[in-house]
Design a protein around this ligand. Structure first.
Ligand code: SAH
Ligand code: SF4
Ligand code: F3S
Length: 485
């Protein structure tokens, strides 16, 4: 069914594992009835939309990138911050206008917001016909046929086993070079600010053989970069069953287990021409073993997204992150000792968490200075109903203080990124070309191992090639250079 797919430009998410900003739309494919999916939030949601498209394709549904043409409109939603949910609601209001003109249109809400609000959605948003949580997508054909028969349908059951391991995602939006491969689902960490454990359910790992098979197939189709995805990849563990409890019991009984370090090595061995990335690492679980595997394989990219959230130990404890400032610094030192200065490091930061003082905020700034992050995703704390923090702590940092602290974090990060990028001037980096530069079709773009975007003149080079680029200039976000033969 992939033959008639029209390529549209990917609206690239800025965040590997969680964002509420960019929206991504799946492109066109053939089918009797047309499905339009819009995805919000993190890469997990974007990957899930490709699974949804695959499940619906089995039922004869094609996809379209124009919602005016659609018979079905799905919004795959995010709940991570208040703003993410507001965006989805605004979008539903717009879709409502279309539905008035086209009463047969089916509107479905998928993903984290569906899970969080469940049946309440059908009462609150009268135009919604279908509410489906992240573990219930196999049920979509049945739910859609219920809607066809005049009902409104909900399935928000979470599962301890579902990993969609056997479903080949329909990669409609890909550049043909980089792909994301889900290695686990859910999260057991219960950080006090976070809705993910409620919206995505319990942590479970996917069969490593299915991960390797999917990655191999992608390589054979011409893909050259795989990003292994999970909320906490370091706790990936497989001992024959997806169910985490059974996995832990099997491990305790001495059965062999596949750890994240083992999995990383298995994927890296597919081909030296296949780059391997992963996201997200958790500071409490990131082991030296993983760092040594990264060192051993040139094709495992030297870049780690290691979100700290705050640089202050009291706040980290209230956040239930289960590490403190000293522990985090130790992990950074391990990265620098084993992988050197060139390894890219990025983070997530939350400004103005409950009861955060000015001094504690300064600890975040000083930690950022210490680490010298290449990149960071920065947010003001947004209280989420039902989370530990919402139940236990007052959201008492005034909005304008949160905003000002966030701005200080952003300003500092801009300087740090520029300083880090300047270190690359005059150096030669290996770049995997993933397409044309957005601004100039005479230029190509790609990333270096440390995940930095590099732009250079096109000449005769092509997408999918590895080239050596001498870095000559930089901004806070981009490196510029020229290919050396
Ligand atoms: N599993 C990843 C992060 C997933 S959520 C990890 O543990 O690092 C992505 C990011 O969104 C978080 O790292 C955090 O910085 C931010 N975030 C989550 N909940 C938030 C909230 N209630 N308010 C503001 N930012 C939040
Ligand atoms: Fe949320 Fe924490 Fe799990 Fe990340 S590790 S998804 S922040 S609960
Ligand atoms: Fe991702 Fe948002 Fe859900 S960040 S896991 S889509 S709440």
């Amino acid at each position: 069914m992939n033959t008639l797919i029209k390529d549209i430009e990917i609206i690239q998410t800025e965040q590997p594992i969680a964002a509420d900003a960019p929206v991504r739309v799946l492109a066109n494919s053939e089918g009797k009835r047309k499905l339009y999916i819009e995805s919000y939030g993190c890469q997990m949601n974007f990957s899930d939309s490709e699974i949804v498209a695959s499940i619906m394709a089995e039922q004869g549904f094609g996809t379209t990138d124009r919602y005016e043409e659609a018979d079905l409109v799905f919004l795959n939603t995010c709940s991570i911050r208040e703003k993410a949910e507001q965006t989805a609601r605004k979008r539903l209001t717009e879709i409502n206008k279309l539905k008035r003109k086209k009463p047969d249109l089916i509107v479905g809400v998928l993903g984290c917001m569906a899970e969080r609000l469940k049946g309440k959605f059908l009462e609150e948003e009268k135009i919604v016909d279908l509410v489906v949580g992240p573990d219930a997508y196999r049920d979509l054909p049945k739910l859609v046929s219920e809607v066809d028969n005049g009902q409104r349908s909900v399935n928000v059951l979470l599962s301890r086993e579902e990993t969609y391991a056997d479903i080949a995602p329909v990669r409609l939006n890909s550049n043909g070079i980089s792909a994301f491969v889900s290695i686990m689902r859910g999260c057991d960490n219960m950080c006090s600010f976070c809705v993910v454990p409620f919206t995505r359910g319990r942590e479970r790992s996917r069969d490593p053989q299915s991960i390797v098979a999917e990655s191999k197939a992608l390589f054979e189709q011409g893909y050259r970069e795989i990003t292994l995805l999970g909320q906490n990849v370091d706790s990936y563990k497989w001992a024959g069953e997806a169910n985490k409890k059974e996995t832990d019991e099997a491990e305790a009984a001495g059965k062999p287990v596949v750890s994240f370090a083992n999995l990383l090595e298995m994927v890296a061995q597919i081909s030296p021409l296949l780059r391997v990335r992963f996201s997200t690492s958790h500071p409490k679980d990131m082991t030296d073993e993983v760092l040594y595997v990264m060192k051993k394989y040139d094709n495992i990219c030297k870049y780690i997204h290691l979100p700290v959230q705050s640089g202050n130990s009291r706040i980290l404890e209230m956040m239930n992150r289960t590490y403190d400032r000293a522990w985090y610094i130790d992990r950074i030192k391990a990265i620098r000792n084993i992988l050197g200065e060139e390894c890219g490091i990025s983070s997530d930061m939350i400004a103005g968490f409950c009861s955060e003082t000015e001094e504690e905020h300064k600890d975040t700034l000083s930690l950022m200075e210490f680490v010298q992050y290449d990149y960071a995703y920065m947010f003001a704390y947004s209280e989420r109903e039902g989370t530990l923090a919402a139940r236990k702590y007052a959201d008492d940092v005034p909005e304008e203080v949160k905003k000002r602290r966030l701005q200080e974090i952003i300003d500092l990060q801009r300087n740090l990124a520029l300083q880090r990028n300047r270190l690359d001037l005059g150096k030669v980096h290996e770049i995997l070309i993933d397409g044309e530069s957005k601004r100039n079709s005479e230029e190509l773009k790609g990333r270096n191992s440390a995940n930095k975007v590099v732009i250079f003149p096109k000449k005769h080079y092509e997408k999918g090639q590895y080239v050596k680029v001498l870095i000559k200039d930089c901004t806070t976000a981009t490196l510029f250079g020229e290919v050396i033969d």
